[in-house]
Design a protein around this ligand. Sequence first.
Ligand code: SF4
Ligand code: SF4
Ligand code: SF4
Ligand code: FES
Length: 984
Amino acid sequence: MTQISIDGTDCEAAAGSRLIDAINHAGVRLSQVCYHPQLGPIQTCDTCIVEVNGELVRSCAALIAPGMKVSTTRPEAQAARTEAFDRILRNHDLYCTVCDNNNGNCTVHNTTKLLGVEHQQYPFQTKPYEVDYSNPFYRYDPNQCILCGRCVEACQDLEVNETLSIRWEDAHPRVLWDGGSSIGESSCVSCGHCVTVCPCNALMEKSMLGQAGFMTGLSKPVLDSMIDVVKGLEAEMGYTAILKVSEVESAMRDTRTRRTKTVCTYCGVGCSFDVWTKDRHILKVEPTEGPANGVSTCIKGKFAWDFVNSPDRLTKPLIREGDRFREAEWDEALDLVARRFAEIKGLHGPDALAFIASSKCTNEEAYLMQKLARGVAGTNNIDNCSRYCQSPATAGLFRTVGYGGDSGSIADIEQADLVLIVGSNTAESHPVIATRVKRAHKLHGQKLIVADIREHEMAQRADLFMRTRPSTDLVWLSAMSRYILDQGLAHTAFLSQWASGLEEYRKSLEPFTLEFASKTCDIPVDTLKQVAGMIANAERVCALWAMGVTQHSNGSDTSTAISNLLLITGNYMRRGTGAYPLRGHNNVQGASDHGAMPNMLPGYQSVDDPEVRARFEGHWGVILPSTKGLDNHEMVEAIHEGKLRSLYLCGEEMSIVDSNVNFVAEAFQKLEFFVVQDIFFSATCRFADVVLPASPSLEKEGTFTSTERRVQRLHQVFEPLEGSHPDWVIIQNVANRLGAVWKYRSLSEVMDEIAALSPMFAGVNYARLEGYKSLQWPVDADGSDQPLLYTKGFHFPDGKARLFPLVWQEAPEQPDETFDLHLNNGRLLEHFHEGNLTYRSPGIRAKTPDTFVEVSPGLARERNIESGSLVQLTSRRGRVRVRALVTDRVQNGQLYMPMNSTESPVNLLTGSHVDPVTHTPAYKETAVQMQVLEPKGESPLPRINHRFGHPTPQRGVEVERKWRRPDYRFPGNTLVQIKTKQED
Ligand code: SF4
Ligand code: SF4
Ligand code: SF4
Ligand code: FES
């Protein structure tokens, strides 16, 4: 910290930090149109000019130096700021009263007021361009665009999609998509960063247009004449009077517009944001200060909320009558559920019942579901869909470091010197985490190694991409460990202090020579050496992995191999290091954390530990079952064997997302009584006896836990749609009808119970999670949490990590003569999982209407296939018909299908073989044959899909090109740029 003075007042500020932040912190009101703290100095607007030591500078670009004397009030500085803003107003028509952005937070409006602008020195000039409405979610109005460049900076250097630019040399510069395409046909991924950071109404969510204001829904001619009236008044009255009218209108909006903080319902990144609503209409999603995401979102969190108000929502319980369902009242449906559960339990014992909690539901709901299973039904048959994706990663971490969670935060991933991504299509599956890696890689020299069988975006961006042979990651990872140990490159000091089992582990590595790895994985020895060198020599390494690792028959072992490698190189226990299995669903981490597992009570406390059981029994007033229950996979088997007779499935499209779904469907048909709780009549509901209509996250309170172990509150945006109930209310009703006496009136009471029973969550309560506050478990009773998981040792009695020896076996299912192609599958950016939520967004449907199969150019040539050909894929389990997309993202005889389809689900093809440790299906090990049904057809991806765009990468907005324009002059008599970001 150093001393500076601002307007004659001494204050302290961090040397080297931004002057503008210090000025703002001191409470001095200074105009600053293009500055956004999360984007850094952009320097396009010149409205933040102040005097420093007698010179005029842009305060956003100036860095604090000892003894700085800053004046914001010197007439020269004030005049420069006013001149700069006058130039901005040349590009912007001030019609605030009838503008949808007149919500109290418009930077242009507020700056006009702050600077006391009464009349424009430079009259407003239109630009010779049309408004662009071609994106389904937002529109760009060049005539309102002040060319601040925030959107470009966000797209280029924060989202790093590199779509936007401004060609400063043009006579009339404007924002360009792909250098001049329409938005709809550009590479824009509709993440919304640009719209979120736009300081005025140039970029706006279409859901705001005509909706936000009292007079903004007027027809265009009426609106235009009103704008003319307003502008006509300016000459006489000046802006102060006009702004007053618009502020009255803005204040009126507050009476009907609500802003509610929630957490994204889609992936495990844990983005949080305010949802703006007017009655049940979503005006917009506004990310601001989420601890995981700041202003970032992806297309789903920003725009994919149409499902909440879909006419397809279930609003009445349904009861099966023969082949049909009839609507029923809640009492009748719940009575039936309780009666049938009790009958089946009475006849066949508690283990004839099973329960599956939803990873889309809250922590509190997962807790109540497992309490219902254990404490009311009396069975440990409880699981959640982490079985399908993340259990192997958890197992690998349990074995080696003790906790089954990310070992640091997203901020650590940003700080790493090297990021190693294995089997994760991060840019599509965890888009906001990918932005952090892309930004660090683009701006800060972070190195990136990607190992994958498919060349996705992160692979294309990587410094080193290894296209591995399917199911062989364990081999090259172990070979890295062996080579690093053999070459004396291991972190021996770390190992001797913090790890056990080195000798046994070293011995287990004997088979894993570089030559063996090269042959097995199809990677040249030199590449392997290079990778080993990069990992061993990097100061801080983070490893990210996902379903490309876990959904294999060796998913747990490969996850273990990643953790072993991190230990060998000392990449735990420091900022910028560690293991990051990226969790799929928004609350898949939390569902497991809160006991929706057959062997663990909440907080990963074993069901066979008598002390643990006694604690829960004392609190719940019941005797708990002590033997491990069935997991999802075992449940399906047990139904086929006649041992399991009833299932209560909450918010899970199991008949589409489990593997080998024909087998699963047959099992469901055998159930004596099947309850499905969901917000839509899902494909799985077809097998149900009772369907209970639940509420989505926007209609609930509660907490979610994201991939970085971050517990965050969501607040209720809407009342539950009439006829539906939040899951916790339904679960409590079922429990009480089965004889329990639960009296939860709010979810904070549930959280208090969780905290009392689980040392891991001892300090979690709603007060500590108010607003945007969050906690990363484990949380001590005093509320201190652990952003970095291992600081004083690992989660074992001796505090030491355990190197875990591994052996390798070929995957059981390989392409052969009959099923000659390898089928991979995974996520797509725009859809989530089977697509039950995202296909209900018309905008997403327009961009990405259906699933497809990716075919390599070589295979396409060989089989006479082109994009649009209809093919039939057949595996040992089933067949699907799907259109082909020819792309070099896949190679040779490897195919790829997105998992997002209920009509042609890839899981008709996948098998029931599993990772033996966790029973996670080996979804990624599927052999198929391909038959061409129609050689020609329409491409499954329309031209307006972003994958056909042509990004224009550059470093930020390139403001120097603006400064080089002949008509640009600095709006003051002098300029000293103390340090600009370009010099960083
Ligand atoms: S990708 Fe599209 S929505 Fe996202 S910041 Fe760039 S232009 Fe905006
Ligand atoms: S569209 Fe971009 S350049 Fe134009 S005002 Fe908005 S953020 Fe600034
Ligand atoms: S889907 Fe994931 S990355 Fe996208 S907004 Fe939601 S939490 Fe963030
Ligand atoms: S805020 Fe725009 S140049 Fe500083």
